[in-house]
Design a protein around this ligand. Structure first.
Ligand code: 5GP
Length: 115
């Protein structure tokens, strides 16, 4: 059965979103609650509930998502100023939407998180 998470509904066009990029394998759109001047979500068309459920056969789609992150960063004019990618995976990771997605944040100096 096809997924019915909020991002699946955006992919199907059932609910609106500010889509900045789309191809046959993924879609990228602006986060509804941006945490930086640029805050875009990149998510696959394939139903994948999160990085935690990705299989060995998902290597191509995962790699493709990263290339699209780079394209989106170029389109947003943050490729040289820099950006941050975040994947929240599962409850302790703070994942709210049960579909794999990469947050792309930039447009300001982001605070340090890991040091
Ligand atoms: P997560 O916590 O699952 O990694 O991130 C989910 C993200 O999806 C949040 O940053 C949230 O603001 C965003 N979001 C939730 N619902 C919608 C929606 O309907 N449209 C858009 N564009 N973003 C959403």
């Amino acid at each position: 059965m096809a997924a019915n998470d909020i991002f699946a509904r955006i992919i199907r066009g059932d609910i609106p979103a500010d889509i900045v990029y789309r191809d046959e394998n993924c879609i990228a759109f602006r986060d509804i609650n941006p945490q930086a001047p640029t805050h875009i979500l990149v998510t696959p068309i394939k139903d994948l509930s999160g990085l935690q459920t990705a299989g060995d056969d998902d290597a191509a789609v995962l790699g493709h998502l990263m290339i699209v992150v780079r394209k989106v960063a170029e389109m947003e004019g943050i490729i040289e100023s820099g950006f941050r990618c975040i994947i929240n995976a599962g409850p302790d990771g703070g994942q709210e939407v049960p579909r794999l997605h990469i947050h792309v944040l930039g447009g300001k100096r982001l605070g340090a998180m890991l040091r």
